[in-house]
Unconditional design. Structure first.
Lengths: 347, 295
């Protein structure tokens, strides 16, 4: 990995230069809701919300779209592949390490054994530029070991006061820098020290901690814990936590028929395991009729099944689900209490 | 933990896009039992139809174009290529729409998906195939495959039980097997007649578990049990297999779930620590007993 420096005075020019590559997606503050952020298309570099911490919806929305057409069909001619945005080049700018880890997990899910052409086509056309952050009281990426990443980005910016250290992760990232080499400067000894000071300050800012040692094993032991029933009573199964999760990938596929009753579109749309009909099969049998079972499944998927399937949990500690839950359910609190076996008593 | 899906090579997929169904034509539709119909399909593309390969126990995603997709087990055997047979129950939206189609109509098929039964790994062993009710649907593929590769297996024993004689799937085909000396085919029904109008049943009556009494001479260390049936069936048959001395990783079962994508992406069939579509649908009893949401 190569490291360069981008003085803050040059950063807007660099952002503008990225538009030569493709659509630039940046974190923006919602005008109607101050303090609320979203990833959106950049029209001007001044729109970048540099101090944002978390957006409502993670950047996955550009890779696995909330709703997309995957085929056009005709009853006689069959299915014709449609890949939306297949040629659209994009720069996802300003992703924090947790969101980069989220994309790394999606990369594995969508390419393991079978390759999902919809995800990978867009993924291959996407440049990822990371941005450092200072955590708040809902961040627990450090506990999930996702507070830092050595790969999964083309460029990664770390704020050192008067500028950004720019880690160059890929050959494409190197080319993006080379295009505007005039904007970059050499990294000096003082910059190196400023970075180490920044790391120290950041590491000391974490307030939330989750013990994940042996967590899959603990969960296996707690399959019948009363905690799950308690949670089932609180959870509204609205699916907000899944929609805002950077690693939730579930989807539904359904057909939309045209008025000619012979042609139409096959649609792929985000789904959530919290929804009542999620495990419903033909004939009406529902394998997870019980709300508690569905809530429990979400926790086991993240921290148990993903470890078995892909070797690591699929929670990146971004805190979005804590923010989004209308019932005030807090994943860190739940898993801590599962470990302590004390959820029901303290409720 | 034993992983069946790692023992045999990854299955061949039709298209570079694993979501893309290929057009297939309905050759015939024959009523079987109650709401079950035997559909025969072949791919429109003749070359594809010839080179299409699968393993017993795998499933396909069947599209009724404009209605949707549904996962369906394959009942035919890859040892008899050219035609894909599926025994399909009218149960949901897609299968009800399929039932309204006629021979020569077009549908979409993609697959095959899932691990299937480890037919190669079981070479040199005896096969105890135990089916209850509709459990015969995926097991018929394994049975026919084993019969077509008879030299690769020791004893082949089928024990199949249903409530009434009329409920036996593939009944005439299975009764014909009784004439063969190289396969032990044992059919049993709970009640000998559905009504007075049905012909007399001369076979055994009772439960499929009764048939285990005749298996004392089976060398369970050189056998696999392939067990598929309804939930109540598993409860009793699995304990019979264990009583006989089968080790838990020599008992194979096939699970049903909502396998929407078939390729481990959509999430719907995930249970415990498994994805039914890619880790299964065939699991060992050892795998399944660790799944809290098993049946």
């Amino acid at each position: 990995m190569k490291v360069s420096k981008l003085p803050k005075a040059n950063v807007n020019k660099f952002l503008e230069s990225l538009q030569d590559f493709g659509e630039v997606i940046i974190p923006k503050e919602k005008q109607e809701q101050p303090g609320v952020y979203m990833f959106d298309t950049m029209t001007d570099p001044s729109e970048v919300a540099w101090e944002y911490l978390r957006t409502i919806i993670p950047p996955k929305k550009y890779l696995t779209k909330p709703k997309e057409v995957i085929f056009k069909f005709d009853s006689q001619r069959g299915f014709e592949e449609v890949i939306e945005d297949a040629e659209q080049k994009r720069v996802l700018f300003g992703l924090h390490p947790c969101d980069i880890h989220g994309i790394k997990i999606l990369d594995v899910v969508f390419t393991h054994q079978y390759t999902d052409p919809y995800y990978t086509r867009r993924r291959n056309n996407t440049v990822i530029i990371g941005l450092s952050c200072i955590p708040d009281e809902k961040c627990f990426c450090k506990s999930m070991h996702t507070d830092y990443t050595e790969d999964g980005f083309d460029l990664a910016l770390s704020d050192i006061g008067d500028g950004y250290l720019v880690a160059i992760g890929t050959s494409l990232g190197d080319d993006l820098v080379a295009e505007r080499a005039d904007l970059f400067t050499e990294v000096e000894e003082t910059d190196r020290r400023k970075y180490l000071d920044f790391r120290k300050k950041r590491n000391q800012s974490f307030k939330l901690d989750l013990d994940i040692d042996d967590l899959p094993y603990i969960l296996d032991l707690e399959q019948h814990s009363p905690i799950w029933d308690e949670l089932g009573k609180r959870c509204l199964t609205c699916g907000s936590c899944s929609m805002v999760c950077p690693t939730c990938y579930c989807f539904n596929v359904y057909d939309e028929l045209n008025l000619d009753a012979r042609s139409g579109r096959r649609i792929k749309q985000w789904d959530a395991c919290l929804f009542k009909d999620y495990a419903l099969v033909a004939g009406g049998h529902n394998f997870r009729e019980d709300r508690a079972e569905r809530v429990k499944n979400r926790y086991y998927h993240k921290q148990f099944r993903m470890v078995e399937q892909y070797g690591k949990p699929s929670c990146v500690g971004c805190g979005r689900c804590i923010n989004a839950c209308p019932a005030g359910i807090d994943v860190v609190e739940v898993l801590t209490k599962v470990r302590e076996g004390s959820y029901a008593e303290t409720e | 933990m034993l992983r069946l899906n790692n023992h045999e090579q990854k299955s061949y997929t039709l298209s570079e896009n694993p979501y893309k169904p290929e057009l297939a034509r309905i050759i015939s539709v024959d009523p079987m039992v109650e709401d079950n119909y035997l559909f025969r399909f072949r791919f429109e593309d003749a070359q594809l139809n010839q080179r299409f390969q699968y393993r017993p126990g795998q499933f396909m995603e069947l599209s009724v174009i404009g209605v949707g997709e549904s996962p369906i087990s394959i009942s035919s055997t890859p040892s008899r290529p050219g035609v894909i047979e599926m025994c399909i129950r009218r149960a949901g939206r897609v299968t009800n729409a399929l039932y309204r189609l006629k021979p020569n109509d077009l549908i979409g098929l993609r697959g095959p998906f899932g691990n299937g039964f480890p037919m190669k790994k079981m070479n040199g062993n005896s096969l105890l195939i135990v089916a209850g009710g509709l459990g015969m649907v995926p097991l018929r593929s394994a049975l026919l495959y084993a019969l077509d590769n008879r030299q690769d297996y020791q004893r082949i024993i089928l024990m199949y039980g249903t409530r009434y004689p009329d409920y036996l799937l593939f009944r005439s085909e299975l009764e014909a097997l009784a004439l063969r000396s190289d396969v032990e085919c044992r059919l049993i029904v709970e009640k000998s007649a559905l009504s007075k109008d049905t012909p007399e049943w001369h076979g055994r009556t009772g439960l499929v578990t009764d048939l285990f009494d005749d298996l004392q001479d089976l060398d369970v260390q050189k056998s696999y049990a392939l067990v598929v049936g309804p939930p109540i069936f598993y409860r009793f048959v699995l304990s019979k297999c264990l009583d006989l001395g089968f080790s838990k990783d020599r008992i194979l079962m096939s699970l049903e779930r909502r396998m929407e994508c078939g390729i481990g992406k959509c999430g719907h069939c995930e249970i415990g620590n498994k994805k039914v579509c890619t880790d299964g649908p065939v699991f060992t009893y050892w795998d399944v007993m660790n799944l809290p949401e098993m049946i």
